[in-house]
Design a protein around this ligand. Structure first.
Ligand SMILES: C[S@@+](CC[C@H](N)C(=O)[O-])C[C@H]1O[C@@H](n2cnc3c(N)ncnc32)[C@H](O)[C@@H]1O
Length: 225
């Protein structure tokens, strides 16, 4: 859980990070069980778990490492799936340890995953860090500038919303993602805006609208056929 006092400290230390933390709090309320359930629904249940069961190696690209929630949820799910997952995550503004140390996800995950999560946060950027059959590569970069040279099976598009960061939902960026996807790759995002669907279609994805958690919101799954 992030406290007001720490936010003020972050503001003084780094105004840019503070803005992002505030935005994240407003958009997804990072403490408590809500975001875990939502991210499980969007990224794991409707993304990871829908991939072809014969894929023994899965290359994941995440837009926005943020609090590391999707990374730890994927690691946790893979304890059942037992595939070789290579997880590349792009983050322009890493959160400081003073913030990530306060995340209370372990009330939900249980303590055994806490050291894995801590290592995910403390490990170096631009290195392949092995957690058994899950390999994490954190890339500190601006998605707008980054040249993607991977070939991905699954994309977690977890950028801030188009209202806050329209530049991350443009034809150019989504086309770059499309080009970096393998045939039959799946992109999932919590966002279901009409403009985003149209842009995903125009870059070549086949777009489906799925119901969000508890059916109260919609989400997008896009497939590159
Ligand atoms: C919705 S949050 C991601 C949440 C994260 N997936 C999680 O599980 O906690 C969006 C993230 O995108 C990052 N971001 C914003 N602009 C970016 C850019 N141009 N390139 C890369 N990352 C960016 C933000 O710092 C933020 O961490």
């Amino acid at each position: 859980m992030i406290f007001e006092k720490e936010m003020i400290e972050i503001t003084e230390a780094n105004k840019e990070v503070q803005t992002l933390v505030n935005r994240r709090l407003r958009e997804q309320n990072i403490s408590g069980i809500g975001p875990m359930q939502e991210n499980m629904h969007v990224f794991i249940r409707n993304g990871l778990n829908t991939l072809n069961k014969n894929l023994s190696e899965i290359a994941v690209l995440e837009m926005g490492f943020g609090t590391g929630l999707n990374a730890i949820l994927t690691y946790r799910e893979n304890q059942v799936l037992r595939r070789a997952i290579h997880y590349t995550t792009v983050e322009a503004f890493p959160l400081p340890a003073s913030v990530t140390d306060k995340l209370n996800y372990f009330e939900y995950f249980g303590k055994p995953l806490q050291p894995v999560f801590q290592k995910m946060h403390s490990s170096n950027w631009f290195e392949n860090i092995s957690f058994g059959d899950f390999v994490l590569n954190k890339v500190q970069a601006d998605m707008l500038e980054l040249q993607l040279d991977g070939a991905y099976d699954l994309v977690y598009y977890d950028a801030f919303s188009p209202i806050h960061q329209p530049e991350l939902w443009t034809f150019e960026v989504l086309h770059k993602i499309y080009d970096a996807c393998k045939k039959n790759a799946v992109l999932v995002t919590y966002c279901a805006k009409g403009d985003v669907k149209r842009t995903l279609k125009s870059v070549g994805f086949d777009v489906e609208t799925l119901s969000g958690l508890h059916g109260n919101k919609e989400m997008i799954r896009a497939i590159k056929y």
